[in-house]
Design a protein around this ligand. Sequence first.
Ligand code: IMP
Length: 425
Amino acid sequence: MPATVLIGAQWGDEGKGKIIDYLAAGAEVVVRFQGGNNAGHTIVTKDGTFKFHLLPSGIVYPGKAVVIGNGVVIDPKVLLSEIDSLEARGFPTDGLRISDRANVIMGYHCMLDGAEERHRGGKKVGTTGRGIGPAYQDKVARSGVRIAHIVDRELLRARLEAVLPSKERALRSLGDDTRLDVNSLVEEYGRYGDALKRYVTDTSVLVNGALDRGAQVLMEGAQGTMLDVDHGTYPFTTSSNCVSGAACAGAGIGPKRILKIIGVVKAYTTRVGEGPLPTEQKGDLGRKMLERGGEYGTTTGRARRCGWLDIVVVRHACRLNGLDALALTKADVLGGMDEVQVCRAYMLDGKEIANVPSTVEELERCEPVYDTLESWPGLKADDAKGGYGTLPRALKDYVRYIEKGARVKIEIVSIGPERWATVER
Ligand code: IMP
């Protein structure tokens, strides 16, 4: 059975956790393939609300294999605390498997993240401060520490002796004189390695084996296409590829293994951190979306910037990810508004354009061209019970409008955070 990949079609926070949770019911293996604990996935089940940063969302289904692939950067302290709190709630984590090739976020990566941001002055990225960028920098520079190193103290010591001097120099150049002590880092990260050892394996072998057996594998992306380090609003992006193509490298599978690619799109647009957001609504309207949508970061608690849906962005995501289907989330949040607007194109320097320009300087100058649509009445989770046909007409018109603009079918409509507030077409 081939794999399904699910990714974010905007700037992250599209509600991927909820859709992954919904689809995970039918999957045997759920895999994360990029990002780290900058992500925050919220899932609401009958057992309560779960917030995950590193654990794949499928973990709340007992009996599934959940995999943290080699493309993820792992802060072992954060991962252990997520494992502990889940087990304390009565959910076993025996099905978790962690790639021995994944890179580790070390304490000094978090220090470097903060120091780099301070040195950017007025040009801050607005990172989550979780050490993501510096950990990926080290991976690509071949100065990283991998999970395989922390489960073996001798390997860990050798690795740290090789990389720490350059890390100290990097910190010093940013005005931080912290001394990095090999012995205490071997002790601290060796302990994390001891605790994680039982989960560590070659996850590429595991995932390919599952696919060979005919198991259904769901690959869950973190962040979103507009935060992708190549295709997003660079440099106001994260440090990994968030597009569907990254699933292969980040999990160790070949492209032909993937059959279906689903993009998650929120009924409006949000972003956290700095960088252009053409449809941003800075006044009352934006505040209304923020409050009604509960648009506060799962990871940092920061208020998200909000604005109307941007079809130019959604189309960009459809093309880059090769989307087969869309899942529309948070349609309830726009219910009861006076009207709904959608950006269908940009005006850039007097010319109408249909694609996202490559520089943030140009994107900052883009003026959205809006279409105005009718709003629909407020919705409750139970309104999903009657199926798609019973949803308000104006919402179905909105769905059709998006499909026409994106040229991709919307297969799932979510009208609330609960598992059951989901309508399949
Ligand atoms: P970093 O990933 O911590 O380096 O942050 C880089 C940019 O990506 C910042 O603007 C963050 O707010 C944003 N970002 C990172 N992860 C997420 C996410 O899961 N959702 C939304 N924004 C994110």
